[in-house]
Design a protein around this ligand. Structure first.
Ligand code: NAP
Length: 334
Protein backbone atom coordinates (compact mmCIF):
# COMPACT_ATOMS: atom_id res chain seq x y z
CA UNK A 1 0.00 0.00 0.00
CA UNK A 2 1.38 3.46 -0.94
CA UNK A 3 2.17 5.54 2.08
CA UNK A 4 1.31 9.17 2.46
CA UNK A 5 3.78 11.24 4.45
CA UNK A 6 1.88 13.97 6.29
CA UNK A 7 2.39 16.52 9.04
CA UNK A 8 -0.12 16.57 11.85
CA UNK A 9 -0.79 19.21 14.47
CA UNK A 10 0.19 17.42 17.66
CA UNK A 11 -0.90 20.19 20.00
CA UNK A 12 -2.49 23.63 19.61
CA UNK A 13 0.10 26.27 20.59
CA UNK A 14 -0.72 28.48 23.54
CA UNK A 15 2.26 30.82 23.02
CA UNK A 16 4.80 30.92 20.22
CA UNK A 17 4.66 28.14 17.63
CA UNK A 18 7.46 25.55 17.85
CA UNK A 19 8.30 22.41 15.90
CA UNK A 20 7.09 20.34 18.86
CA UNK A 21 3.52 21.38 17.97
CA UNK A 22 3.78 19.19 14.86
CA UNK A 23 4.59 15.57 14.10
CA UNK A 24 5.44 13.73 10.91
CA UNK A 25 3.46 10.57 10.25
CA UNK A 26 3.25 7.98 7.50
CA UNK A 27 -0.46 7.83 6.81
CA UNK A 28 -2.47 5.70 4.44
CA UNK A 29 -3.13 6.93 0.91
CA UNK A 30 -6.66 8.46 1.02
CA UNK A 31 -9.37 7.18 -1.33
CA UNK A 32 -11.46 9.75 -3.19
CA UNK A 33 -15.22 9.14 -3.39
CA UNK A 34 -17.72 10.44 -5.95
CA UNK A 35 -17.10 14.12 -6.71
CA UNK A 36 -13.55 14.07 -5.30
CA UNK A 37 -10.00 14.13 -6.64
CA UNK A 38 -6.87 12.47 -5.31
CA UNK A 39 -4.13 15.05 -5.75
CA UNK A 40 -0.36 14.62 -5.49
CA UNK A 41 0.93 17.71 -3.73
CA UNK A 42 3.53 19.70 -5.67
CA UNK A 43 3.62 23.02 -3.79
CA UNK A 44 2.22 24.11 -0.44
CA UNK A 45 1.70 27.78 0.29
CA UNK A 46 3.03 28.90 3.67
CA UNK A 47 1.00 31.80 5.00
CA UNK A 48 1.01 33.92 8.12
CA UNK A 49 -2.69 33.00 8.27
CA UNK A 50 -1.74 29.34 8.89
CA UNK A 51 -0.81 30.44 12.41
CA UNK A 52 -4.10 32.35 12.83
CA UNK A 53 -6.02 29.18 11.90
CA UNK A 54 -4.45 27.53 14.95
CA UNK A 55 -5.91 30.26 17.20
CA UNK A 56 -9.54 29.33 16.47
CA UNK A 57 -12.19 29.86 13.80
CA UNK A 58 -11.48 32.84 11.53
CA UNK A 59 -12.93 33.36 8.05
CA UNK A 60 -12.71 29.55 7.91
CA UNK A 61 -12.76 26.63 10.31
CA UNK A 62 -10.01 26.31 12.93
CA UNK A 63 -7.31 23.67 12.70
CA UNK A 64 -7.61 21.19 15.57
CA UNK A 65 -5.09 18.97 17.34
CA UNK A 66 -4.78 15.70 15.43
CA UNK A 67 -5.60 17.27 12.04
CA UNK A 68 -3.23 17.09 9.13
CA UNK A 69 -2.09 20.74 9.04
CA UNK A 70 -4.31 22.63 6.63
CA UNK A 71 -2.77 24.51 3.72
CA UNK A 72 -3.34 25.81 0.21
CA UNK A 73 -1.93 23.35 -2.29
CA UNK A 74 -1.07 23.20 -5.99
CA UNK A 75 -0.96 19.60 -7.14
CA UNK A 76 -1.49 17.06 -9.88
CA UNK A 77 -4.57 14.86 -10.16
CA UNK A 78 -3.68 11.15 -9.82
CA UNK A 79 -7.26 9.84 -9.57
CA UNK A 80 -10.44 11.64 -10.59
CA UNK A 81 -13.93 10.70 -9.43
CA UNK A 82 -15.39 13.92 -10.82
CA UNK A 83 -16.33 15.00 -14.35
CA UNK A 84 -14.20 17.79 -15.78
CA UNK A 85 -10.93 16.64 -14.19
CA UNK A 86 -8.52 14.07 -15.62
CA UNK A 87 -5.36 12.37 -14.41
CA UNK A 88 -2.41 14.74 -14.86
CA UNK A 89 -4.45 17.95 -14.52
CA UNK A 90 -2.85 20.62 -12.34
CA UNK A 91 -5.26 21.97 -9.74
CA UNK A 92 -5.18 24.32 -6.78
CA UNK A 93 -7.25 24.44 -3.63
CA UNK A 94 -7.45 23.78 0.08
CA UNK A 95 -5.45 20.72 1.02
CA UNK A 96 -2.99 19.92 3.71
CA UNK A 97 0.61 19.28 4.61
CA UNK A 98 0.71 15.84 2.98
CA UNK A 99 2.14 14.14 -0.09
CA UNK A 100 -1.39 13.27 -1.26
CA UNK A 101 -4.65 15.05 -0.46
CA UNK A 102 -8.29 14.53 -1.38
CA UNK A 103 -10.05 17.62 -2.74
CA UNK A 104 -13.76 17.98 -3.49
CA UNK A 105 -13.83 18.84 -7.21
CA UNK A 106 -16.18 21.75 -6.46
CA UNK A 107 -13.39 23.36 -4.42
CA UNK A 108 -10.55 22.65 -6.84
CA UNK A 109 -9.66 25.11 -9.55
CA UNK A 110 -7.80 24.25 -12.74
CA UNK A 111 -4.40 25.95 -12.86
CA UNK A 112 -3.81 27.91 -16.09
CA UNK A 113 -0.83 26.99 -18.29
CA UNK A 114 1.55 29.87 -17.33
CA UNK A 115 4.79 28.64 -15.77
CA UNK A 116 6.70 28.52 -13.48
CA UNK A 117 4.08 26.72 -11.44
CA UNK A 118 5.25 28.58 -8.33
CA UNK A 119 3.74 31.80 -9.75
CA UNK A 120 0.30 30.25 -9.09
CA UNK A 121 1.17 30.28 -5.40
CA UNK A 122 2.74 33.76 -5.49
CA UNK A 123 1.83 36.47 -7.95
CA UNK A 124 -1.15 34.70 -9.61
CA UNK A 125 -2.18 33.05 -6.35
CA UNK A 126 -3.71 34.34 -3.14
CA UNK A 127 -0.81 36.71 -2.41
CA UNK A 128 -1.06 38.51 -5.75
CA UNK A 129 -4.85 38.76 -5.67
CA UNK A 130 -4.83 39.94 -2.05
CA UNK A 131 -2.34 42.70 -2.82
CA UNK A 132 -4.13 43.75 -6.01
CA UNK A 133 -7.73 43.73 -4.75
CA UNK A 134 -6.97 45.12 -1.31
CA UNK A 135 -4.91 48.00 -2.60
CA UNK A 136 -7.00 48.92 -5.64
CA UNK A 137 -10.54 48.13 -4.48
CA UNK A 138 -10.23 49.42 -0.90
CA UNK A 139 -7.15 51.64 -0.85
CA UNK A 140 -7.97 53.31 -4.18
CA UNK A 141 -4.57 55.05 -4.44
CA UNK A 142 -4.33 58.04 -6.72
CA UNK A 143 -1.17 59.12 -8.60
CA UNK A 144 1.06 61.20 -6.36
CA UNK A 145 -0.41 59.87 -3.10
CA UNK A 146 1.66 58.14 -0.43
CA UNK A 147 0.92 54.44 0.12
CA UNK A 148 2.52 52.81 3.17
CA UNK A 149 2.50 49.04 3.64
CA UNK A 150 3.61 46.85 6.55
CA UNK A 151 5.24 43.40 6.27
CA UNK A 152 6.48 45.06 3.09
CA UNK A 153 9.15 42.48 2.31
CA UNK A 154 6.68 39.60 2.62
CA UNK A 155 4.59 38.04 -0.11
CA UNK A 156 1.59 40.38 -0.03
CA UNK A 157 3.50 43.49 1.05
CA UNK A 158 6.21 43.25 -1.61
CA UNK A 159 3.50 43.23 -4.28
CA UNK A 160 1.42 45.99 -2.68
CA UNK A 161 4.33 48.44 -2.76
CA UNK A 162 5.15 47.61 -6.37
CA UNK A 163 1.53 47.89 -7.52
CA UNK A 164 1.27 51.25 -5.74
CA UNK A 165 4.35 52.44 -7.63
CA UNK A 166 2.97 51.16 -10.93
CA UNK A 167 -0.21 53.15 -10.28
CA UNK A 168 1.84 56.31 -9.81
CA UNK A 169 1.81 56.46 -6.02
CA UNK A 170 4.80 56.86 -3.70
CA UNK A 171 5.37 53.52 -1.94
CA UNK A 172 6.79 53.45 1.59
CA UNK A 173 7.56 50.02 3.05
CA UNK A 174 7.70 49.03 6.70
CA UNK A 175 9.81 45.95 7.41
CA UNK A 176 12.07 44.36 9.99
CA UNK A 177 15.78 45.19 9.76
CA UNK A 178 18.02 47.47 7.68
CA UNK A 179 18.84 44.79 5.08
CA UNK A 180 15.22 44.22 4.15
CA UNK A 181 14.63 47.97 4.03
CA UNK A 182 17.59 48.55 1.72
CA UNK A 183 16.42 45.71 -0.51
CA UNK A 184 12.90 47.16 -0.80
CA UNK A 185 14.28 50.45 -2.09
CA UNK A 186 17.14 49.15 -4.24
CA UNK A 187 15.53 46.04 -5.75
CA UNK A 188 11.78 46.59 -5.61
CA UNK A 189 11.55 50.32 -6.29
CA UNK A 190 9.97 51.47 -3.02
CA UNK A 191 10.54 55.21 -2.51
CA UNK A 192 11.57 54.60 1.12
CA UNK A 193 11.50 51.82 3.69
CA UNK A 194 11.40 52.07 7.46
CA UNK A 195 12.65 49.50 9.97
CA UNK A 196 9.90 48.96 12.56
CA UNK A 197 12.34 47.12 14.86
CA UNK A 198 14.68 50.13 15.12
CA UNK A 199 14.49 52.68 17.94
CA UNK A 200 12.58 55.79 16.90
CA UNK A 201 10.42 53.91 14.37
CA UNK A 202 7.43 56.28 14.65
CA UNK A 203 9.62 59.32 13.97
CA UNK A 204 11.37 57.56 11.07
CA UNK A 205 7.97 56.72 9.55
CA UNK A 206 6.92 60.37 9.83
CA UNK A 207 10.17 61.44 8.16
CA UNK A 208 9.67 58.92 5.33
CA UNK A 209 6.16 60.28 4.71
CA UNK A 210 6.64 64.08 4.71
CA UNK A 211 3.23 64.59 3.04
CA UNK A 212 1.50 62.11 5.39
CA UNK A 213 0.00 58.73 4.44
CA UNK A 214 -3.02 58.58 2.13
CA UNK A 215 -3.35 54.79 1.99
CA UNK A 216 -2.04 52.42 4.64
CA UNK A 217 -2.13 48.70 3.80
CA UNK A 218 -2.02 46.97 7.17
CA UNK A 219 -0.61 43.46 7.35
CA UNK A 220 0.45 43.63 10.98
CA UNK A 221 -1.95 45.41 13.35
CA UNK A 222 -0.53 46.31 16.77
CA UNK A 223 2.21 48.91 17.22
CA UNK A 224 2.89 49.33 13.49
CA UNK A 225 -0.79 50.09 12.81
CA UNK A 226 -0.71 52.60 15.65
CA UNK A 227 2.31 54.43 14.20
CA UNK A 228 0.67 54.54 10.75
CA UNK A 229 -2.65 55.88 12.11
CA UNK A 230 -0.84 58.87 13.58
CA UNK A 231 0.58 59.72 10.13
CA UNK A 232 -2.67 59.32 8.17
CA UNK A 233 -3.96 62.26 6.17
CA UNK A 234 -7.52 63.51 6.30
CA UNK A 235 -9.87 61.07 4.50
CA UNK A 236 -7.12 58.45 4.28
CA UNK A 237 -7.91 54.79 3.63
CA UNK A 238 -6.66 51.96 5.84
CA UNK A 239 -6.78 48.55 4.19
CA UNK A 240 -7.05 45.96 6.98
CA UNK A 241 -5.54 42.86 5.40
CA UNK A 242 -4.18 40.96 8.40
CA UNK A 243 -2.57 41.21 11.81
CA UNK A 244 0.59 39.10 11.77
CA UNK A 245 1.88 40.78 14.95
CA UNK A 246 -1.04 39.21 16.83
CA UNK A 247 -0.95 35.62 15.51
CA UNK A 248 1.98 34.01 17.34
CA UNK A 249 1.56 35.47 20.80
CA UNK A 250 -0.72 35.55 23.82
CA UNK A 251 0.29 39.18 24.37
CA UNK A 252 -2.24 40.89 22.08
CA UNK A 253 -2.04 44.67 21.83
CA UNK A 254 -4.52 47.14 20.36
CA UNK A 255 -3.30 50.37 18.79
CA UNK A 256 -3.89 53.62 20.66
CA UNK A 257 -5.81 56.28 18.81
CA UNK A 258 -8.78 54.07 17.97
CA UNK A 259 -11.36 55.42 17.45
CA UNK A 260 -10.21 59.00 18.13
CA UNK A 261 -7.84 59.29 15.15
CA UNK A 262 -10.37 57.59 12.86
CA UNK A 263 -13.01 60.15 13.77
CA UNK A 264 -10.85 63.25 13.64
CA UNK A 265 -9.07 62.28 10.42
CA UNK A 266 -12.31 60.92 8.82
CA UNK A 267 -10.52 57.67 7.97
CA UNK A 268 -12.01 54.71 6.19
CA UNK A 269 -10.86 51.39 7.69
CA UNK A 270 -12.03 48.33 5.80
CA UNK A 271 -11.20 44.70 6.27
CA UNK A 272 -11.48 42.13 3.51
CA UNK A 273 -10.80 38.53 2.61
CA UNK A 274 -9.38 37.96 -0.85
CA UNK A 275 -12.37 35.83 -1.96
CA UNK A 276 -14.64 38.91 -1.54
CA UNK A 277 -13.31 40.19 -4.85
CA UNK A 278 -13.25 36.89 -6.78
CA UNK A 279 -15.30 38.39 -9.62
CA UNK A 280 -12.27 40.60 -10.41
CA UNK A 281 -9.67 37.79 -10.22
CA UNK A 282 -9.24 37.45 -14.00
CA UNK A 283 -8.52 41.17 -14.34
CA UNK A 284 -6.05 41.00 -11.43
CA UNK A 285 -4.14 38.06 -12.89
CA UNK A 286 -4.05 39.63 -16.37
CA UNK A 287 -2.63 42.93 -15.11
CA UNK A 288 -0.16 41.25 -12.74
CA UNK A 289 1.02 38.97 -15.57
CA UNK A 290 1.48 41.91 -17.95
CA UNK A 291 3.56 43.81 -15.37
CA UNK A 292 5.66 40.73 -14.57
CA UNK A 293 6.27 39.94 -18.26
CA UNK A 294 7.30 43.53 -18.95
CA UNK A 295 9.77 43.35 -16.07
CA UNK A 296 7.94 46.09 -14.15
CA UNK A 297 6.97 43.82 -11.27
CA UNK A 298 9.58 41.72 -9.46
CA UNK A 299 8.10 38.41 -8.31
CA UNK A 300 9.98 37.27 -5.23
CA UNK A 301 9.68 33.61 -4.24
CA UNK A 302 11.27 31.71 -1.38
CA UNK A 303 10.89 28.02 -2.21
CA UNK A 304 11.97 25.47 0.39
CA UNK A 305 12.25 21.80 -0.58
CA UNK A 306 10.85 18.95 1.47
CA UNK A 307 7.51 18.46 3.19
CA UNK A 308 9.24 17.72 6.50
CA UNK A 309 10.64 21.29 6.49
CA UNK A 310 7.20 22.91 6.57
CA UNK A 311 6.96 23.43 10.37
CA UNK A 312 10.37 25.15 10.60
CA UNK A 313 9.59 27.17 7.48
CA UNK A 314 6.30 28.46 8.93
CA UNK A 315 7.99 29.35 12.23
CA UNK A 316 10.70 31.14 10.24
CA UNK A 317 8.11 33.07 8.23
CA UNK A 318 6.52 34.36 11.43
CA UNK A 319 9.99 35.43 12.57
CA UNK A 320 10.58 37.34 9.32
CA UNK A 321 13.07 34.94 7.67
CA UNK A 322 11.34 35.19 4.30
CA UNK A 323 11.47 37.65 1.47
CA UNK A 324 8.49 37.38 -0.84
CA UNK A 325 6.28 34.32 -1.09
CA UNK A 326 7.44 31.36 0.96
CA UNK A 327 6.28 27.93 -0.14
CA UNK A 328 7.23 24.27 0.18
CA UNK A 329 8.14 22.20 -2.87
CA UNK A 330 6.93 18.67 -2.16
CA UNK A 331 7.29 17.13 -5.64
CA UNK A 332 7.91 18.12 -9.26
CA UNK A 333 5.22 18.34 -11.94
CA UNK A 334 5.24 15.27 -14.23
N1 NAP B 1 -7.20 39.35 3.94
C1 NAP B 1 -6.80 38.37 3.14
O1 NAP B 1 -7.55 37.81 2.34
C2 NAP B 1 -5.36 37.91 3.24
C3 NAP B 1 -4.83 36.98 2.34
C4 NAP B 1 -3.48 36.63 2.45
C5 NAP B 1 -2.71 37.18 3.46
N2 NAP B 1 -3.28 38.05 4.34
C6 NAP B 1 -2.48 38.69 5.39
O2 NAP B 1 -1.35 39.27 4.79
C7 NAP B 1 -0.33 39.41 5.80
C8 NAP B 1 0.98 38.87 5.24
O3 NAP B 1 0.87 37.47 5.17
P1 NAP B 1 1.78 36.57 4.25
O4 NAP B 1 1.26 35.21 4.36
O5 NAP B 1 1.92 37.23 2.92
O6 NAP B 1 3.17 36.56 5.02
P2 NAP B 1 4.49 37.34 4.67
O7 NAP B 1 4.19 38.81 4.64
O8 NAP B 1 5.15 36.73 3.50
O9 NAP B 1 5.37 37.00 5.96
C9 NAP B 1 5.01 37.53 7.18
C10 NAP B 1 5.93 38.70 7.51
O10 NAP B 1 5.40 39.41 8.63
C11 NAP B 1 6.44 40.12 9.26
N3 NAP B 1 6.17 40.12 10.71
C12 NAP B 1 6.17 39.06 11.56
N4 NAP B 1 5.88 39.46 12.81
C13 NAP B 1 5.71 40.81 12.75
C14 NAP B 1 5.39 41.80 13.72
N5 NAP B 1 5.22 41.50 15.02
N6 NAP B 1 5.27 43.09 13.31
C15 NAP B 1 5.47 43.42 12.02
N7 NAP B 1 5.77 42.52 11.04
C16 NAP B 1 5.89 41.23 11.42
C17 NAP B 1 7.75 39.39 8.93
O11 NAP B 1 8.63 40.28 8.25
P3 NAP B 1 9.57 41.33 9.03
O12 NAP B 1 10.96 40.82 8.88
O13 NAP B 1 9.32 42.59 8.27
O14 NAP B 1 9.12 41.37 10.45
C18 NAP B 1 7.32 38.28 7.97
O15 NAP B 1 8.20 38.12 6.88
C19 NAP B 1 -0.83 38.67 7.04
O16 NAP B 1 -1.38 39.59 7.95
C20 NAP B 1 -1.93 37.78 6.47
O17 NAP B 1 -2.88 37.41 7.43
C21 NAP B 1 -4.57 38.41 4.25
Amino acid sequence: MTQNKQILVREIPRGALTESHFEVQNGVLPTPTAGELLVRTLLISLDAANRAWLQGPTYRQAVKAGDVMHGYVVGQVVQSEAPGFAIGDIVAGEGGWAEFVVMPATEASAVPPQRPLSHHVSVFGIAGKTAYHGLLQIGEPRAGETVAVSAAAGSVGSLVGQIARLKGARAVGIAGGPEKCRWLVEELGFAEAVDYKAKGFAKALAAACPDGIDVYFDNTGGAVLEAALFQMNLAGRVVCCGAVSQYDTTDMSSPRGVPGLIVVKRLKLQGFIVMDFAEHDAQAVAELAAWAEAGDLVVVEDVISGLENAPAALIGLLAGENRGKRMIQVAEEE
